[in-house]
Ligand binder design. Structure first.
Ligand code: GLN
Length: 403
């Protein structure tokens, strides 16, 4: 008889089961972003919560995936990525950022940039290591830190321009700092880090011998003449940067789960090992399609940014009219808003009201902060949606009364 069978009563069975569950997993909640998508479906609401495009991917990229399956590319790729894709990633990084990397030793293709980030963290972190994280931050970074065993040190990005205090950032670094996570263009704020800001971060990384883990998944979604600068392109950062990127946002294929980590060889080695035992590899035919996608001409990226600019301005108009104070994003496809004008107790009750009564799903601001109170007056909208979706949201939000 097992210990669980031997115990009597439901409470004891639960207690016995709880004993063997992970304390790490207890420390974070389900993703609020993904939960909001489920609530949107349940209430038949317009989903402006989860950042996935609801319009088609390019015909060329879809055809490449179909062709790869027809060509019987149906078995495992090399665990750290199909050669064609790694070669294409290296060529594109050099073309766009002037950074030369060796596809044989410095690129690990993963199941989305989510896994690339997790494999990176697990590949570099030891007990006692600290990781500096700007907040508000993409919600995954919290669990990434917990699961890898890092202690997060949060540094505030402050509205309206989401700048950071240089002294506060300097104080967050110390002898235990293993890395800083930099997400530019930024989710959820839309901030695009300037060269001066990146250089300031660079100097701290050099001084404290820390890595920069940069999430650059929105690199091509950028407005108002802003420029995306890869941390790895800065003097002195080539060998202490791990660049995370992927196909999801650039090619509108978030469900394909193809991402990658670019890191110097000695850092790629542990990343590759962790990745191998986590997932073995990303879908082989989709990696093949990725090799085609990454060779698309410059005009593709120009059109992408132009299309999103129209959507951003449309959404800013809709939200301002509905009574939100908007923080205008310079990049990515989210708008953080201030909801003070509506008189709700907090962001979660407001988001619940929006999805249940108004019919629009958003992400409560608190899910981007370590301390929920910091986001209690904010919610995030995404606008990576087709015009008919944005129009439907506009109609529903017109029923919202500023309180
Ligand atoms: N990055 C997207 C967001 O922030 C989607 C996240 C996800 O669900 N993987 O909404």
């Amino acid at each position: 008889m097992s210990a669980v069978e031997a115990s009597s009563g439901a409470g004891q069975v639960i207690a016995a089961t709880r004993k063997i569950l992970s304390a790490k997993a207890e420390r974070f909640t389900e993703s609020v972003i993904r939960e909001m998508t489920r609530l949107a479906m349940q209430h038949n609401a317009v989903n402006l919560a989860q950042g996935f495009p609801d319009f088609p991917a390019s015909a060329e990229v879809k055809e490449a995936a179909r062709q790869a399956i027809a060509d019987d590319i149906n078995q495992y790729a090399i665990t750290w990525g199909a050669k064609e894709l790694r070669d294409a990633i290296a060529r594109k990084f050099e073309r766009t950022q002037g950074v030369r990397v060796d596809p044989e030793r410095e690129i690990t293709v993963c199941c989305g940039s989510t896994e690339a980030m997790m494999s990176t963290m697990m590949g570099i972190i030891n007990p006692g290591d600290e990781v500096v994280i700007f907040e508000p931050h993409y919600e995954n970074y919290g669990p990434d830190a917990i699961l890898s065993g890092a202690t997060p040190r949060f540094v505030q990005l402050r509205p309206p321009d989401w700048s950071f205090d240089r002294d506060e950032l300097s104080r967050a670094f110390g002898p235990h700092t293993k890395a800083i996570i930099v997400n530019t263009p930024n989710n959820p704020t839309g901030k695009v880090f300037s060269r001066e800001e990146l250089e300031f971060i660079r100097d701290l990384c050099v001084r404290w011998n820390a890595f920069a883990v940069t999430d650059e998944i929105y690199e091509h979604i950028i407005y108002d003449g802003m420029q995306h600068i890869s941390m790895a392109s800065l003097d002195g950062m080539r060998d202490r940067t791990i660049t995370i990127n992927g196909m999801s946002k650039t090619y509108a294929v978030t469900g394909w789960r193809v991402g990658w980590a670019i890191a110097p060889p000695e850092v790629s080695t542990p990343i590759r090992k962790v990745h191998d035992f986590l997932t073995v590899g990303a879908a082989a035919p989709l990696q093949q399609a990725g090799a085609i996608a990454l060779e698309l001409p410059q005009s593709y990226y120009q059109k992408l940014a132009e299309t999103y600019l129209v959507k951003r301005d449309r959404m800013l108009g809709i939200l301002t009219k509905a009574g939100f104070r908007c923080f205008k994003p310079s990049g990515a496809y989210y708008i953080m808003t201030d909801i003070s004008g509506f008189g709700f107790a907090d962001d979660v009750s407001f988001a619940r009201y929006l999805v249940e009564k108004i019919g629009v799903a958003v992400v409560p601001g608190s899910s981007f902060y370590d301390n929920p109170a910091m986001g209690a007056k904010q919610v995030r909208f995404t606008f990576c949606k087709k015009e008919s979706t944005l129009a439907a949201a506009a109609a529903k939000l017109s029923n919202l009364c500023p309180g």
